[in-house]
Design a protein. Structure first.
Length: 392
């Protein structure tokens, strides 16, 4: 491990650790209904939502009621997303000259189920399959709603542990509304602005056609990328605007944008350990969960970076190793702008959070580094439900 990679890894862990307590406390106040810094702006909107939907925010639900609302909400979201995808050729911002991949019924249903359940299954090429309307009104909205529903269920689970003598878990619609208004929307707005600053497009311009130096034509897709990019990471979904996902320069143009996107994936799950400790009245238990996560995460990160820096064993005779900031080691399948360090960080973050928004080809990693990612997916997926897992 070189000095630059070590600095990046330590900085990443330091920022996450410093934000766990304030963000965890903020989420505990949001879901308990106490005052927060966003009270002035979010509370009037929340009350308006309850008035329009005729939700009684003071009525609590049993497990059966809460679970029923969650399942029905997911079912309706899936059907609405399926309808948008199937009708996209009749909706705005559809360019038949560029959206050339057929969106068949089975593919549309596969995509709708995946995004409504944050399953991270993307079986299509975004720039040749989805219109801007499908990406924004369909996939982006599904990312918000699915993440908010999962966050609500996670909080309800914590309440179930904290309320030993109560048969209610809160109100699903209240938890859903607060997750959207108080947590995901502000986080996505801030994150999108930062990504736009780094060069991620946010427009509705038609695809650009450029002439290459050889005289050929190249179609360059653009669109409202920043809006989808940030919520797919906050909600640990991973379905990208482009086929190359986090390796595409419009989704992830710089090392700083890569760093910010990795933070977006882990901040909510990490902070929920603190929220858990506060809600059950045992803050030290929340910190115990967090430090266990840090140890496992750091071990996987060190191993992936180590195996990638060593490179392919068949190339050792030519001294293909990473020296300081010079690219070396196993650079197959990686973007040069990220190098081995940022690629290792992304691989470990995405495999731990089951996000799927990779910035390199995972099958190009060395066999031992790939083994670490497989272990991450097996271990964390068996213990967590995204995006509100108490592990990442």
């Amino acid at each position: 491990m070189n000095v630059a990679d070590l600095f990046e890894f330590l900085l990443f862990l330091l920022i996450v650790t410093l934000l766990v307590k304030p963000l965890g406390g903020y989420m505990e106040r949001v879901f308990s209904g106490t005052r927060t810094a966003l009270q002035r702006w979010c509370l009037p909107v929340e009350k308006l939502v309850y008035r329009i939907t005729r939700v009684d925010p003071h009525r609590e639900m049993t497990f059966a009621e809460y679970a029923t609302c969650f399942v029905l909400f997911g079912l309706v979201n899936t059907l609405l997303l399926y309808a948008i995808l199937k009708l996209q050729h009749l909706l705005p911002w559809f360019y038949p000259a560029y959206q050339t991949s057929a969106l068949t019924s089975d593919l549309a249903m596969n995509t709708a189920v995946s995004f409504s359940t944050t399953t991270t299954w993307q079986a299509y090429s975004g720039e040749t399959t989805m219109s801007y309307f499908s990406q924004m009104a369909g996939l982006c909205s599904a990312n918000f709603l699915a993440a908010a529903a999962a966050l609500a269920v996670g909080v309800a689970f914590i309440r179930g542990l904290a309320r030993q003598e109560s048969d209610t878990l809160g109100n699903f619609w209240v938890d859903l509304t607060r997750a959207l208004l108080w947590i995901l929307l502000p986080g996505a707005l801030l994150g999108a602005v930062l990504l736009i600053w780094q060069g991620v497009p946010m427009n509705f311009h038609p695809y650009a056609v450029a002439t290459t130096v050889e005289g050929g034509k190249q179609v360059i897709a653009q669109g409202p990328v920043a809006a989808l990019e940030i919520i797919k990471n906050l909600g640990t979904n991973g379905g990208g605007f482009f086929n190359a996902n986090g390796a595409h320069p419009y989704e992830n143009p710089t090392p700083l944008s890569n760093f910010l996107e990795m933070l977006a994936m882990v901040l909510l799950p990490a902070a929920l350990t603190n929220t858990f400790g506060r809600m059950v009245g045992r803050p030290r238990q929340g910190w115990l969960f967090y430090w266990v996560m840090i140890v496992l995460f750091s071990g996987g990160l060190f191993l992936v970076d180590h195996f990638e820096q060593r490179g392919n064993p068949l190339l050792r005779n030519v001294d293909a190793r990473h020296r300081w900031s010079q690219s070396g080691g196993n650079m197959e399948g990686k973007e040069v702008r990220f190098g081995i360090g940022s690629t290792a960080l992304t691989a470990v973050v995405t495999s731990n959070t089951a996000t799927g928004s990779t910035n390199a080809a995972d099958d190009s990693l060395t066999s031992l580094a790939g083994m670490v990612l497989l272990i991450n997916m097996l271990v964390w997926s068996s213990e967590a439900s995204e995006p509100v897992s108490t592990v990442w």
